[in-house]
Design a protein around this ligand. Structure first.
Ligand code: NAD
Ligand code: UD1
Length: 347
């Protein structure tokens, strides 16, 4: 079975994707600096995939190129040369990126360039890259397809566009045949149904779903609903929420799609194509989990847009994949994780 390098494999999306890959029998090398995660998650992965737990964790930072070289060398030495990479590692907070732009350019872009250099050095040229729907910026279009203009409004989004561009350059100009898939995620939420792994934001959550979960567990008093005057079904913001395991499975499908290809470069939106408002999500969470989420209607959040929904037709047509879980599954699984782990991986 092929060996895959998963950068950022201890993080939210990385850990769930590792589980899908382990279940399929792949051998994994996980690289993470744990700047925004805990390696405790690996213990959970081991419990969840007892038979198939073929995973080697190497703690380190992508900006350390000699560390990266050692990872590829070690894989080769133990006769498991890395055939392909899923590249999650990166900083992801929009507000933080506005405050600390250099940190974001350094971490996300320099880290990625190092990774691509070492991949080239070891003739490993198959990669799935974590991009983001935020690169579309402020758009009036309700359903966003891959042809929509890319115009990010913050340094985080700029780093994602830049990495996509570097990958495109490699594809177009390299003498070697690169196989590249950039996945632009919409709003990944929820948790693995076991309740063993899930999203574990540090500090006050910026995003809606973990905030709702922390109100439900009474870590936060109430939810602030940012804006009730959007042109949406009930005035609150509409987003495309995708179950984290559907997203994990999209990575598996993306990787296996690339295995069968020759030279390739593709960008795909990964979402459900279904929009849900803040208050709709609150209601579904309350009903599914038989709890109350107190909330207050507040002013719009700076930089927000009313409605962002994926046009996911291209991904559905190209990948052997479609989202299988609905909002009830998202709320049930997300709550299962939160109530079993009120303080995430810490306690
Ligand atoms: P996360 O923070 O949970 O995971 C990212 C992981 O990368 C963390 O474990 C972190 O410690 C690690 N990391 C960061 N910089 C590193 C470096 N230089 N070297 C080694 N490890 C490093 O975030 P996530 O939600 O799992 O997101 C994964 C990827 O998907 C990120 O690139 C993010 O930008 C992108 N993305 C996330 C979302 C989302 O809503 N979660 C949406 C769109 C895109
Ligand atoms: C945010 C990021 C986006 C990133 C995405 C997934 C911003 C401006 N955008 O987008 O780049 O790709 O997360 O990580 O940060 N809301 C509340 N109360 C809250 C939190 C959110 O009402 O406490 C509302 C928002 O106004 C929005 C919806 O809930 O209407 C979803 O917000 P969020 O989860 O932050 O996701 P995005 O805004 O899509």
């Amino acid at each position: 079975m092929k060996s895959i390098l998963v950068t950022g494999g201890c993080g939210f999306i990385g850990s769930h994707t590792c589980l899908s890959l382990l279940e399929k029998g792949y051998y994994l090398f996980v690289v993470d600096s744990c700047v925004n995660s805990s390696d405790q998650v690996l213990r959970k992965l081991k419990n969840l995939s007892i038979i198939n737990f073929k995973l080697k964790y190497l703690k380190g930072d992508l900006r350390d190129i000699s560390f990266l070289r050692r990872v590829f060398e070690e894989a080769k030495k133990c006769n498991k040369p890395i055939s392909s990479v899923i590249h999650f590692a990166g900083l992801k907070s929009i507000s933080e990126s506005i405050r600390y732009p250099l940190e974001y350019w350094d971490n996300n872009v320099i880290g990625s360039i190092n990774l691509f250099k070492i991949m080239e050095e070891f003739s490993c040229r198959t990669i799935v890259f974590s991009s983001s729907a935020c690169i579309y910026g402020l758009t009036n279009q309700t359903f966003i397809n891959e042809e929509c203009e890319v115009k990010p409004t913050n340094p985080y989004g700029q780093t994602k566009v830049t990495i996509e561009k570097i990958l495109k350059d490699l594809f177009v100009n390299s003498l070697s045949e690169w196989k590249i898939l950039c996945l632009r995620y919409f709003n990944p939420v929820g948790a693995h149904h076991s309740g063993e792994i899930g999203e574990d934001p540090i500090g006050v959550p910026n995003n809606l779903f973990p905030y709702i979960s922390q109100v439900a567990i009474k870590r936060r008093k109430e939810l602030d609903v940012f804006g009730s005057d959007w042109k949406t079904i009930d005035g609150t913001g509409v987003r495309d929420y995708i179950h984290i395991m559907d997203l994990a499975e999209a990575h598996l499908a993306a990787l296996e799609y690339l295995f069968d290809k020759k030279k390739n470069f593709l960008v795909l939106n990964i979402g459900t194509g279904i929009g849900t408002s803040v208050l709709e999500l609150v209601k579904i969470f309350e009903k599914t989990n038989n709890c109350k989420i107190p909330y207050k209607l507040k002013m719009r959040r700076t930089g927000d847009v009313g409605s962002v929904i994926a046009d996911n037709k291209k991904a559905l047509a190209i990948l052997n994949w479609s989202p299988k879980r609905n909002l009830e599954d998202i709320c049930k699984d997300g709550w299962n994780w939160q109530k079993n782990n009120p303080y995430g991986f810490q306690k």
